[in-house]
Design a protein around this ligand. Structure first.
Ligand code: SF4
Length: 389
């Protein structure tokens, strides 16, 4: 696991700012004005008008230096942080070398999904968008992908469009993957506004928990959510926005797994991809674990049927968050290493497993509860190719 936040001694007269990190100790002014210089260990104290000074795994050389432990040694040139000196907080907003950069939009949401990993809070957190808008121009042009998540990003209304427009302007070659419950796209105007923000490569991941309204609405804990989500998916297609349909597998959805795959193939074939996802045991999932938990080993045959049926229908299919030893080998080609690097772990049972490098592993939260069927492989198997017979 990689820590993305740190506490330090607060400074009552301190500032709050977003800045990029640099390792370059000889940056001339004004180039160093917007950068935070990172020193390590006992390196000499620099001079210059840097925005701030961070020292990793060393003793302070001056009062201005902010000291971080060795666990932050991964921080590097081009990464972006927000520092709130008054509160004594540092948050890592962006890592230049990572494929798992997340733009966390808001804690607010109009749904209350039983297994929400980020339980919604009705708080005024628009400062998060301000931070994101400050960070985007500092990000590397080589950024491959950014993920927008929350809460529900569409709750931000025009501020969402502001961020999409900033990405299209400053990072025109980056892909954007936005997670949304899709309900706001039931309004054509929302889908139209997103489509006009100018993002070259935007995909929106929308969960569908069943092929029938009663199950989906129960999981989402919102009346009419199923109708709104399906209408939303139709409007995304209407405005040529790529759609990923996400099905999270747990005790409340598993009985509709195969039927939902059929429903998607028949009614939503325009989706760019369909993802079947293992459960993350954090947030609401922990409090609702007794009604949600099912060992993935128990649904492996249903998962195989759903995946192979959709693939045979010509759809792009993904399996997220499920270890290789819990799913049938036939669907290994669809399994993705989907868990963000900063929260990805392997269990003690995985020691010596020959397939570890290809396996998604676990969320860090899974130490709390995971399958009884984790079995290491003795030899490396080639991932079989999938063919339609
Ligand atoms: S035992 Fe191997 S296949 Fe199973 S979860 Fe661990 S690394 Fe993955």
């Amino acid at each position: 696991m990689i820590p993305l936040a740190a506490k330090f001694q607060s400074r009552p007269e301190g500032r709050s700012f977003v800045a990029r990190l640099t390792n370059d100790k000889s940056l001339p002014s004004p180039l160093c004005d917007d950068e935070i210089l990172v020193s390590r260990g006992d390196e000499p104290a620099p001079s210059g008008s840097y925005q701030g000074l961070i020292r990793i795994a060393g003793a302070a050389h001056s009062e201005e230096e902010l000291i971080l432990g060795d666990e932050f040694s991964y921080l590097d040139d081009g990464d972006i942080v927000r520092i709130n000196e008054f509160a004594g907080e540092l948050r890592v907003l962006y890592r230049k070398g990572s494929y798992h950069n997340v733009l966390f939009f808001t804690e607010r949401c109009n749904s209350r999904c039983l297994m929400c990993s980020q339980p919604p809070r009705d708080v005024d957190d628009e400062y998060l968008i301000d931070d994101i808008l400050e960070a985007i121009p500092l990000m590397s042009q080589d950024t491959k992908v950014l993920c927008i998540t929350g809460g529900e990003p569409t709750i931000l209304g025009w501020r969402l469009i502001e961020v999409l427009t900033a990405v299209s302007r400053y990072l025109p070659d980056s892909s954007l993957h936005m997670l949304s419950n899709g309900r706001a796209f039931a309004y054509r105007a929302t889908a139209k506004a997103v489509s006009q923000a100018g993002c070259r490569d935007l995909m929106i991941g929308v969960p569908l928990y069943a092929d029938i309204a009663s199950v989906h609405n129960f999981v989402v804990q919102a009346r009419d959510a199923f109708d709104q989500t399906i209408r939303g998916m139709m409007n995304l297609a209407r405005f040529n926005i790529a759609l990923e349909i996400r099905f999270v597998i747990h005790r409340q959805t598993v009985s509709r797994l195969v039927q939902t795959a059929k429903f998607i193939a028949r009614n939503l074939p325009f989706a760019s991809q369909v993802a079947f996802m293992g459960l993350e045991t954090i947030g609401f999932t922990r409090s609702n674990l007794s009604v949600l938990w099912i060992d993935p080993w128990e649904y492996r045959d249903a998962l195989r049927e759903a995946v192979t049926m959709l693939a045979a229908a010509g759809m792009r299919v993904m399996v997220y968050n499920l270890p290789l030893c819990l799913i049938p080998e036939e669907i290994w080609p669809f399994a993705q290493q989907s868990i963000s690097d900063w929260k990805n772990i392997y269990m003690p049972e995985c020691a010596g497993c020959a397939m570890k490098a290809q396996c998604a592993g676990f969320f860090a939260s899974a130490s709390f509860k995971y399958s009884d069927h984790i079995r290491p492989f003795d030899t490396v198997s080639q991932l079989p190719s999938f063919s339609i017979i």
